[in-house]
Write a protein that binds this ligand. Structure first.
Ligand SMILES: Cc1cc2nc3c(=O)[nH]c(=O)nc-3n(C[C@H](O)[C@H](O)[C@H](O)COP(=O)(O)O)c2cc1C
Length: 416
């Protein structure tokens, strides 16, 4: 399976680096052509000469040429190495390397090469058990796995430096080899998804405000009223508006999504906080998209201390109406374009038309949240876009990003 395969072995600065020499040997024994890259930290533990001797190929350490007279090996052409290799194995993958890879950094030869290499990557972590269980490391591992990197589970057992037993040992060479075999058995890597085509710059220099996510209305310090909005639709609007040239402010309720690059984000929790943020930004906005699922009502008197079982929770919780943020912005008048959502469960599109008029909006996207592939949490959406002239346009089912682009393109035609 591995005979004739071209593999780059990246070695990080872990106390387990000596084991990667055995791994290099095993790969060569199985017929791989192996080229090794060592990080600067790795060279505190193992030498390029060791890997050169084991693989028959000079090991690479430098991205840039070094001063004349220096004994360091010549720089490596990372682009040529990327074209040569069929797979990468990072062993040991240090906490630091995992972080730099997850962040898309390219601050040394190995990470620069990894960004230039489009093929499959297997990473074999090794580190102290506290490092491995650190939320930052786990976040980076999850990110890398989502990006398609095969991050192996470290082994359990005795750890270096008297750390006792735990997860963190470099996976055995046999496990790394079998992961590499799986990679080759899976065939050529799937092509990376194409970037969405560039959007027309219909919102160039326009100030766009987008609301997203749910709001949380506290009952007491540990309980709240909310809804299952994921924020995906609003975030898709923010990213699409940014790519269409807009200056975007995203007012976001609590969601589990990363803040989009190039977008100003104001994080809020309650409907009242969302209202304050939107009313502050709306006067200078050209376009406001109300994609948040704002709670209609909130507990009248949230308790400052945790309520005991039964106390004011069962039967007696009294609610007051939250302000209608889109209606308030609609009542401001002005020439800004306002786009609302009518996420309904059962009501017809007439409800969207009623909202449009009652709130002074220009466009309302109606969707039935009971439909599969539409509304809360889904990756896709299907809406009917209702306008002031009684027009109805069906959009989707399509990705939330595509739906956002279409609605923004319509909104752009209404801008003064
Ligand atoms: C003796 C010693 C052992 C180390 N072992 C590990 C390790 O097993 N895993 C790890 O993630 N970092 C380890 N480190 C820390 C890394 O060497 C350090 O984070 C370094 O910046 C990693 O650089 P690199 O990722 O470019 O190889 C160790 C450091 C020392 C001094």
């Amino acid at each position: 399976m591995l005979r004739g395969r071209k593999v780059v072995l990246g070695v990080g600065g872990s106390v387990a680096a000596y084991k990667s020499a055995a791994l290099a040997r095993e790969l060569v024994r199985r017929g791989c052509a192996v080229r090794t890259m060592l990080t600067a930290a790795a060279q505190h533990f193992v030498t390029p000469a060791l890997f050169a001797a084991l693989t028959g190929e000079a090991a690479a350490t430098a991205l840039f040429p070094v001063r004349q007279g220096d004994a360091t090996p010549p720089p490596t052409d990372h682009v040529a190495w990327a074209a040569w290799a069929e797979a990468a194995v990072i062993a040991p993958a240090t906490a630091d390397l995992l972080g730099r890879m997850a962040g898309g950094l390219a601050d040394d030869l190995l990470t620069t090469w990894l960004l230039a290499f489009p093929g499959p990557v297997v990473a074999a972590p090794a580190m102290n058990r506290h490092m491995w269980s650190h939320p930052a490391v786990q976040r980076n591992v999850a990110r890398l796995r989502a990006d398609g990197v095969r991050v192996l589970q470290p082994g359990f057992g005795a750890l270096a430096a008297g750390e006792g037993e735990g997860w963190g040992r470099l996976p055995d060479a046999a496990d790394v080899v079998s992961a590499l075999e799986d990679v080759f058995a899976a065939g050529p890597p799937r092509p990376r998804p194409e970037l969405p085509p560039p959007c027309p710059p219909l919102l160039r220099e326009r100030a766009v405000v987008v609301t997203a996510g749910p709001t949380r209305e506290p009952i007491d310090p540990v309980r709240f009223i909310s809804n299952p909005s994921s924020g995906r639709m609003g975030y898709a609007f923010a990213e699409a508006a940014r790519d269409m040239g807009g200056r975007v402010l995203l007012v976001s309720g609590p969601v589990a999504l990363p803040p989009p690059a190039g977008v100003d984000v104001v994080s809020v929790t309650t409907a009242l906080q969302m209202r304050d943020a939107v009313l502050a930004a709306a006067p200078t906005a050209d376009l406001v998209v109300f994609a948040a699922a704002v709670a209609d009502s909130r507990p009248a008197e949230p308790s400052a201390t945790k309520l005991k079982k039964g106390q004011a929770l069962e039967g007696t919780l009294s609610l007051v109406r939250n302000p209608d943020i889109s209606a308030e912005v609609g009542a401001m008048g002005g020439r800004r374009v306002l786009v609302g959502f009518a996420a309904e469960a059962g009501a017809g599109v007439e409800e969207a038309e009623r909202k449009l008029r009652a709130k002074g909006l220009q466009l309302v996207a109606f969707n039935d949240v009971r439909e599969a592939g539409a509304g809360f949490g889904a990756e896709t959406n299907r809406v009917v876009l209702v306008d002031r002239d009684g027009g109805r346009e069906e959009i989707g089912p399509a990705s939330k990003r595509a739906v956002a682009e279409r609605i923004l393109a319509r909104a752009a035609t209404l801008l003064p």
